[in-house]
Design a binder for this molecule. Structure first.
Ligand SMILES: *Cc1c(COP(=O)(O)O)cnc(C)c1O
Length: 358
């Protein structure tokens, strides 16, 4: 018996979505690495991505990579978050490759690789304007010279991440800049620099409109595979499912109550001063799910005319006055999720994970 709350994970839909993205990217000579971080490196999700044709897996957390490895998933693992200096040994032990932009960290990875008798591959990140990780473009040549002779480190390419912090969109110009930087870096380098890792899910419109510059040959894709959306406008991506994940919670109380609180109001459980509108007496349901498990702004009830009113750490409050069917204690309500809500639900240990179509 599955406990509530739970999140159902349709693995056949994830495999289908992965395949659709892999086929699209292959037409432009772009390999796809499946990004598992939103699911905490869920091994079944990872396997579904691989069945769909992704060439390798990437995650931002070592714990997730370790989980997938321990589940026996043999593939190449890329650590997507720049490593913490203090964890260089674990990075080399669990990840085959990592993204980097700091010489001190590369030196620590080099020492760890020598100790472990391994070659650790790195992708050097370049900041093309989104202002998250990476070297500023004009710093790249000097950085690569300084990093050229680190034993145990192989620099396999350059990468860039857009649309994450500032929302800067990948376009012909910034992608061309990454290709040009890599070409220049290859001249006279001992390192292969084969990979030009230009895009994440926000780059799909560029690929689909045939505008991705030649030379970009690698994509790191999470959301488009898992939620079937590109990430510029969050439009559904053609030929993919948006509903591979569904969150389900159980009604633990249903009561008719006034819509205005009774008594003097001060702060709520999270230090806010809530505002209420008088809608008369409403039928309200309490569900066994809360802010500890989900981002309530990112959930949409699947039953029509059910409205989320709010949440505390452990309860979700919904207005079910106009629900098309009578609801009672023990009934289960289902919700679709956006990226933030999926991330929280997959991370919550109180939300059971139910893989379907395994
Ligand atoms: C999360 C992440 C990705 C995947 O982004 P999606 O929008 O989910 O495709 C790619 N690259 C890096 C560096 C990331 O941190």
């Amino acid at each position: 018996m599955i406990h509530t709350p739970y999140i159902s994970i349709d693995l056949a839909k994830i495999e289908h979505n992965a395949h659709a993205i892999v086929v699209l990217c292959a037409q432009q000579g772009v390999d796809v690495t499946g990004v598992t971080k939103v699911t905490c490196g869920n091994p079944q999700v990872a396997k579904a991505m691989l069945r769909g044709g992704v060439v390798s897996l990437a995650d931002s957390r070592l714990e997730n990579i370790r989980r997938m490895r321990q589940a026996g998933i043999a593939t190449d693992y890329l650590l997507l978050r720049e490593p913490a200096l203090s964890r260089a040994d674990e990075v080399v032990a669990y990840a085959d490759a990592s993204v980097n932009s700091e010489l001190l960290t590369l030196q620590a990875l080099s020492a760890a690789a020598r100790r472990q008798g391994k070659i650790h591959r790195v992708i050097i990140m370049v900041d093309l304007g989104d202002l998250r990780e990476g070297l500023w473009p004009d710093e790249v040549p000097a950085f690569l010279s300084a990093a050229a002779n680190l034993e145990g480190i192989q620099i396999t390419g350059l990468g860039s991440n857009l649309s994450c912090f500032a929302g800067v969109v990948p376009d012909i110009h910034n992608m061309q800049q990454l290709v040009a930087l890599t070409r220049q870096a290859r001249l006279g380098s001992q390192h292969p620099l084969r990979i030009v890792s230009g895009i994440n899910s926000s780059g799909l419109p560029l690929i689909a409109s045939n505008q991705l510059p030649e030379g970009i040959n690698h994509a790191r894709i999470g959301e488009a595979i898992l939620l079937g959306r590109e990430t510029i406008q969050r439009h559904p991506w053609p030929g993919t499912y948006q509903d591979a994940f569904t969150l389900h919670a159980e009604i633990v109380e249903v009561k008719e109550k006034p819509s205005l609180p009774r008594g003097d109001c001060a702060q709520d459980a999270f230090g806010h001063y809530p505002v209420f509108e008088d809608l008369g007496i409403r039928k309200r349901a309490l569900l066994n799910l809360g802010r500890e498990d989900v981002d309530i702004e990112g959930m949409t009830p699947m039953l029509e005319n059910v409205k989320i009113i709010g949440a505390s750490s452990g309860y979700l409050l919904v207005d079910v006055t106009e629900a098309q069917q009578p609801l009672q204690v023990g009934d289960i309500l289902s919700f679709s999720l956006n990226y933030a809500a999926l991330l929280a639900a997959m991370t919550s240990e109180y939300v059971y994970k139910l893989p379907l179509n395994t």
